[in-house]
Ligand binder design. Structure first.
Ligand code: AMP
Ligand code: MG
Length: 388
């Protein structure tokens, strides 16, 4: 990876903790083709205090935040792998209890219940961090990304279930409640004030991104750096697998069932895809996405898929949604202005496909696409998939 993935962010901050471990990560595992000469081995043994640990690959699957969760990690033994994976899963469950939109008892929902009372509500550090990041992105995108879009999202979710177009008056009423300017944060007191009664914050475009960043942090605390966390297609990557230049990530185009179009070798970053491949409703011959333009209260109607690589999961998650709303021109400009970020957008307008890439997209390192003889990259829906 060239300029896109400097060792910064979480990984950079973790670096001192990991030095001891990283010195011991030279031995590959079965099938990965690592051959160490005796001379190299002796030299390393003399330099190190203890023999390097042999790392094995472990893969875990679970469900979290109503999404399939996959964790791949390289650890010295099964007990260490399981402890770390379980701790990461526990952390994601904990964040779900805070951020869930579906659980009326979640901290986020309880906060929304206080909207319009005029009373600032003290919230947890996690919720405050997510809301502070969301507010920054709302300002930076001039409201294209806006968590207060909740009341409108609810209307369109109902439309997906009932296949009935929401009444224009209902859309207008919900839209009146949208506006990040009506969220007041007090960092000193860690409080939130939602100004209008009926306001509802939607975590759908940011929660998973934050959760994978936190899960990576937990794995690092357990001493594991060569890890991949895939939460429903929002993917967070640590250091590459032993003896590999990166994790292999296949990125599909507009059609989630077709083979990937891009084959990226990534590490120490995040990648995610926003698109309408699975979540949409067709009404009166028009296709309505689950992504809403907060200015109009209407879903996007062009077929669209945006894949974002960024230094952390929250940024990749938010940018995917924001770029979808902003469109190619403003969207790619935003990506170019975001340190370390790259994006690729495919848009289908009246049966024609248009592709747009940000400045750094071409600089990402690629791997040779697998042939029919190889195993195809696994993909989860329209999202990016992994073939580590
Ligand atoms: P993503 O799949 O990351 O693009 O997130 C889409 C989800 O974010 C939707 O299902 C909504 O829950 C929520 N959402 C939709 N439109 C917006 C928007 N303009 N700003 C913030 N969140 C949104
Ligand atoms: Mg997203």
């Amino acid at each position: 990876m060239k300029s896109v993935l400097p060792a910064q962010g979480d990984v950079g901050r973790m670096a001192p903790l990991l030095v001891g471990l990283l010195t011991g990560l030279l031995v590959g595992i079965g099938g990965l083709g690592s051959v160490e000469t005796p001379v190299a081995r002796t030299a390393r043994l003399q330099g190190a205090e203890r023999p390097p640990e042999k790392l094995q690959r472990f893969e875990y699957a679970a469900e979290a935040m109503a999404e399939p969760l996959k964790i791949i990690l390289y650890a010295p033994d099964e007990a260490a792998a399981e402890r770390a994976a379980q701790a990461a899963l526990d952390r994601i469950h904990q964040l779900n209890d805070i951020l869930s939109d579906y659980d009326p008892e979640s901290e986020l929902r309880r906060l929304c219940d206080q909207a319009g009372t005029g009373e600032p509500v003290r919230v947890s550090e996690d919720l405050f961090r997510v809301l502070a990041a969301a507010q920054r992105w709302a300002e930076q995108t001039d409201g294209a990304f806006d968590m207060t879009v909740g009341p409108v999202v609810r209307l369109w979710r109902r439309a997906r279930r009932t296949h009935q177009m929401p009444a224009p008056a209902a859309i207008e009423q919900a839209r009146q409640l949208v506006g990040y300017q009506n969220v007041l944060l007090d960092p000193d007191r860690q409080t939130v004030l939602l100004k209008k009664a009926g306001m509802r914050l939607d975590p759908g475009g940011i929660g998973a991104g934050y959760a994978i960043d936190e899960a990576l942090r937990v794995l690092h605390k357990h001493g594991l750096s060569r890890v991949l966390i895939d939460l429903g297609g929002d993917i967070r990557l640590g250091d590459p697998p032993p003896d590999q230049p990166g994790w292999r990530i296949g990125v599909p185009g507009l059609d989630p069932k077709a083979p990937p179009k891009e084959f990226l070798l990534l590490s120490r970053c995040a990648i995610g895809t926003s698109g309408d491949a699975w979540q949409f409703v067709e009404l009166g011959g028009r296709r309505y996405s689950h992504i809403i333009d907060p200015k109009t209260g209407m879903p996007l109607t062009d077929r669209c898929s945006v894949t974002v690589v960024a230094l952390d999961g929250l940024t990749a998650d938010v940018l995917g949604t924001a770029v979808s709303v902003l469109g190619p021109e403003k969207g790619m400009k935003l990506v170019d202005q975001t340190p370390g970020a790259a994006a690729w957008m495919i848009r289908g307008v009246e049966d024609r496909l248009h592709s747009f890439a940000s400045g750094r997209w071409k600089d990402l390192v690629r791997y040779k696409p697998p042939t029919a003889a190889d195993a195809g990259p696994k993909r989860s829906g329209a999202k990016s998939g992994t073939q580590p």
